[in-house]
Design a protein around this ligand. Structure first.
Ligand code: SAM
Length: 433
């Protein structure tokens, strides 16, 4: 499901800090409690303890009710100012400050940071106390405002930190750039801006509330920081490891959107099962009426339809959803909006036709330089049916269109696919399974 932008008032009304903490930061089960927190904490430790980013004041924007990102900082700053848009987050954060029995338990994170910093045992309580003593203010803040703390004026600080925040309020890249520019007035000359977040996200859930996020890409981020006038000292990117909870928060998600067009669907569905999770609409297409009719049988649950249960079960297991496979099949059925006839042809004027014997390959006019994001090739393992189909390597390529407007792109030939056999020959020989 594509996510429409979450308006600020709706966000204010719906965000529940307790649910957020449980979903994302809870020991063991929290979505961020594995590789994300490890990445965040190690990078912050290296930056503050080893990297020499230190000074009088650190200002954190969009703190929410979290403390994990401040534990190393409190060793090297005299004063920490935390801030957020939401009053309910301040209330929750203050519970931790005041050691309220109802406060969130951060002890697993504190222990981890202490170990990383080389302190063990009874130093964990000391660490928590140190952070408590350094947090001097929790300010109301709207990162989108020219002065986020209006009417309070915060004198420029040595370091401005913001974790998992800016993609929520910023509607587009322009607004993200604007925010970074405004932040410059909050940082001393020579001071640091540290931003920690996830790439390619489109949403995250807090309970049943779905919150939209600006989908940031590496190249856009670099452009935004440089455009705002910063000099990038360090940028670290690490792929998300645990993708079991992509349906709750989809950062590092990659390919998703409103519509997926599948060219040459045939009568198969295996390749669309995961796509149904991240597209609103799927259009399938194929050359042969027999294939389209066979696909329709599956859509209509015809008793004669091919049985894809084993594949759907496998996808359910892989996605770790515990969703039963009937639901999954229904989801795919509901997303397939059209089964189109797709006539493909070879256009002799194309200069980069790459025809492989016995393969159908996708070609685009040569001036369109596609950026290949991923290309995986794996040798065929089971060769027992090589007399039926003699491919020797499987491949999967993910390529991205250049970020230019359609109208600026070179003339496009719609739906061009090529095959080594002619269309009529193909149509005559092929029988749907
Ligand atoms: C995903 S939470 C991250 C909280 C915390 N920094 C963490 O790493 O767990 C996003 C935070 O951004 C805050 N936020 C959203 N819009 C904001 C705005 N316009 N100004 C300041 N904070 C905002 C939210 O209230 C929330 O606490």
């Amino acid at each position: 499901m594509a996510t429409t932008f979450t308006a600020q008032q709706q966000f204010i009304d719906e965000f529940d800090p307790k649910v957020y903490l449980q979903t994302y930061h809870m020991a063991q089960s929290g979505i961020l409690s594995g590789d994300f927190q490890e990445f965040a904490i190690k990078n912050l430790y290296e930056t503050f303890i080893k990297g020499g980013v230190r000074g009088n004041t650190l200002l954190d924007i969009g703190t929410g009710s979290a403390i994990y990102h401040l534990l190393s900082a409190c060793e090297v700053f005299d004063k920490i100012i935390v801030s957020d848009l939401l009053d309910q987050n301040r209330v929750e954060f203050e519970k931790w400050l005041k050691k309220d029995p109802d406060a969130f338990d951060w002890s697993h994170i504190i222990k981890y940071v202490c170990e990383l910093e080389g302190n063990r045992g009874d130093s964990e309580e000391k660490k928590a106390e140190k952070l408590r003593s350094k947090v001097k203010e929790y300010l109301k803040c709207d990162a989108l405002k020219r002065n986020p703390f209006d009417p309070v004026v915060v004198p420029p600080v040595d370091c401005l930190l913001s974790c998992l925040c800016l993609e929520t309020p910023c509607k587009d890249l322009k607004s993200y750039c604007e925010v970074l520019k405004n932040f410059m007035d909050l940082i001393k000359p020579g001071g640091h801006l540290l931003i920690l977040s996830g790439l390619n996200a489109t949403f995250y859930h807090v309970g049943d509330k779905r919150i939209s996020v600006l989908s940031s890409k590496k190249e856009n981020l670099e452009m935004a920081f440089k455009g705002a006038g910063y000099q990038i000292e360090k940028a670290v990117f690490t792929p998300r490891v645990d993708k079991t909870m992509m349906h709750v928060a989809d950062y590092e998600g990659g390919v998703r959107g409103d519509t997926l067009l599948d060219v040459g669907t045939g009568a198969s569905i295996y390749h669309l099962v995961s796509a149904a999770e991240v597209f609103d609409k799927i259009i399938v297409s194929g050359l042969l009426p027999e294939n389209r009719a066979e696909f329709q049988k599956w859509l209509k649950k015809d008793s004669d339809a091919f049985d894809w249960t084993h594949i759907i079960k496998y996808a359910c297991e892989l996605e770790g959803k515990g969703e039963d496979y009937d639901k999954k099949a229904e989801k795919l059925r509901s997303k397939v909006k059209e089964v189109l006839k797709c006539v493909t042809f070879i256009n002799e004027t194309l200069s980069t036709l790459s025809l492989c014997p016995q393969w159908i390959v996708f070609c685009l006019p040569s001036p369109l330089k596609l950026h290949i994001e991923k290309a995986v090739y794996t040798t065929r393992v089971d060769k027992s049916h090589v007399d039926i189909s003699d491919y020797d390597t499987k491949y999967f390529i993910s390529a991205r269109m250049p970020q230019i407007l359609r109208s600026q792109s070179p003339p496009r030939i719609e739906g061009v696919t090529t095959s080594t056999t002619s269309t009529t020959q193909n149509e005559k020989d092929f029988k749907s399974p």
